[in-house]
Write a protein that binds this ligand. Structure first.
Ligand code: SF4
Length: 399
């Protein structure tokens, strides 16, 4: 096993988390001193070799009692322990189909562990190694804000049209429950087109949250142009209809929540132009959480799973500029040495919340499990779980 995964980044780093991929003891990873503090102090000083050896041994001892899921955006020093690697859709499907493993450690962010809890059975325990691994986009929409926008829309346009709520999987369980309760559904970046079509078979308009960009790019893909799209400004509860006129809402097919992913908003049209001028035969693939103008300039757009396939299936000698989280891009570059793969953003920035899952946290949660103690279990309250499950299962049925 590769104990030190040091990736060679030539560019200067200027972002929230350092882009050095060598595993350091927790105490030396500066930003970790501000995050989850509950972990016993002894874990802060463990050397990377000690951590790796202990996790490897525990995994072997626990056998079928434990499975580790790893999202594509996780650090290499976490991915090396993952039994299943995937995007949020693939990992939810896995959780929905695997009802036999009692302990599922989810190396990803909070909403993913919640989705796994909703889809798993009552005996299974879903564990998130660091409770502070969240998602800044998911935090942009909460149940009170969405409910109040929904009330305003449904009261104002009562009997005029039927709106179907859609929540991106990158959202809290309370919003999945909201969709389950209001004839709505969940989508991922792999199936947003099918989900929006599903919604239009049942309603006149779609209310899509939290990511305006996935909503807009998918609407464009389905032939819905910007004239038929409204943007709901949730930061201004003092203004009516999220800043839209009644006429605008009446005309719109899609109403988008003004949320975004800070990682994917880093990609720009000028980066693509620069890459094309440097490598005339380059292909550009980006994630649909990028801006619409970036998507328009790219050769291909798709989920993280789509991007991985795009790169893995490209011919030897291909040059591909990728617009998604850098841990995935670096892994793809490493797995495809006969191709030139690079991240479009030269100031490479990992998803800072995904990065919060450090191997020492992983060791702590597994070691606790093997001692009969469950720490960091993610448990969605029963009142939300049942409705959220309805919305998630609607999605799984049509995908
Ligand atoms: S990459 Fe963006 S959407 Fe994904 S977890 Fe990080 S902040 Fe959230």
């Amino acid at each position: 096993m590769n104990k030190k995964l040091i990736l060679d980044y030539k560019e200067k780093i200027d972002c929230e988390v350092p882009m050095q991929m060598e595993t350091l003891p927790l105490a030396e990873e500066q930003s970790f001193s501000q995050w989850q503090q509950e972990i016993p102090k002894e874990y802060f000083q463990l050397s990377p070799d000690e951590i790796i050896n202990r996790i490897t041994k525990l995994k072997k001892n626990m056998g079928n009692e434990l499975i580790i899921l790893g999202h594509h955006y996780q650090r290499e020093d976490i991915i090396q322990f993952a039994d299943q690697i995937g995007d949020s859709y693939a990992l939810s499907v896995y959780a929905a189909n695997n009802h036999s493993t009692p302990n599922i450690v989810f190396c990803g962010v909070h909403f993913m562990a919640e989705a796994a809890d909703i889809l798993s059975n009552d005996e299974q325990k879903i564990i998130l190694p660091n409770l502070e691994a969240g998602c800044s986009m998911a935090d942009m929409a909460n149940r009170p804000d969405v409910s109040s926008a929904w009330k305003e829309l449904t009261n104002r346009f009562k009997d005029q049209f039927n709106i179907i709520p859609i929540t991106y999987i990158n959202s809290p369980a309370t919003l999945k429950a909201f969709c389950g309760q209001n004839n709505g559904i969940v989508c991922t970046s792999s199936n947003a087109d099918k989900v929006i079509k599903w919604a239009f078979e049942r309603g006149d308009k779609v209310f899509f949250f939290p990511d305006q960009h996935l909503g807009r790019n998918t609407s464009h893909q389905l032939g819905i142009n910007d004239d038929l799209i409204s943007l709901w400004d949730w930061r201004r509860p003092d203004i009516e209809l999220g800043g839209n006129s009644e006429e605008k809402i009446r005309k719109s097919k899609v109403i988008l929540w003004d949320g975004f992913c800070s990682v994917h908003q880093r990609f720009t049209v000028s980066q693509i132009k620069e890459a094309r001028s440097q490598y005339p035969r380059i292909n550009i693939v980006v994630h649909p959480e990028c801006n619409a103008d970036v998507v328009k300039e790219a050769d291909a757009v798709g989920s993280t799973a789509f991007i991985a396939d795009y790169v893995n299936n490209a011919k030897d000698g291909s040059i591909i500029g990728v617009g998604t989280e850098v841990n995935l891009v670096s892994r793809l570059a490493k797995l495809n040495p006969q191709k030139q793969i690079f991240c479009l953003d030269s100031v490479v920035c990992p998803c800072s919340t995904m990065y919060r899952v450090h191997p020492a946290y992983l060791l702590w949660v597994i070691e606790s499990l093997s001692n009969g103690k469950v720490v960091n279990q993610i448990k969605v309250p029963e009142k939300d779980k049942a409705f959220a499950k309805i919305a998630l299962e609607r999605m799984l049925e049509i995908s």
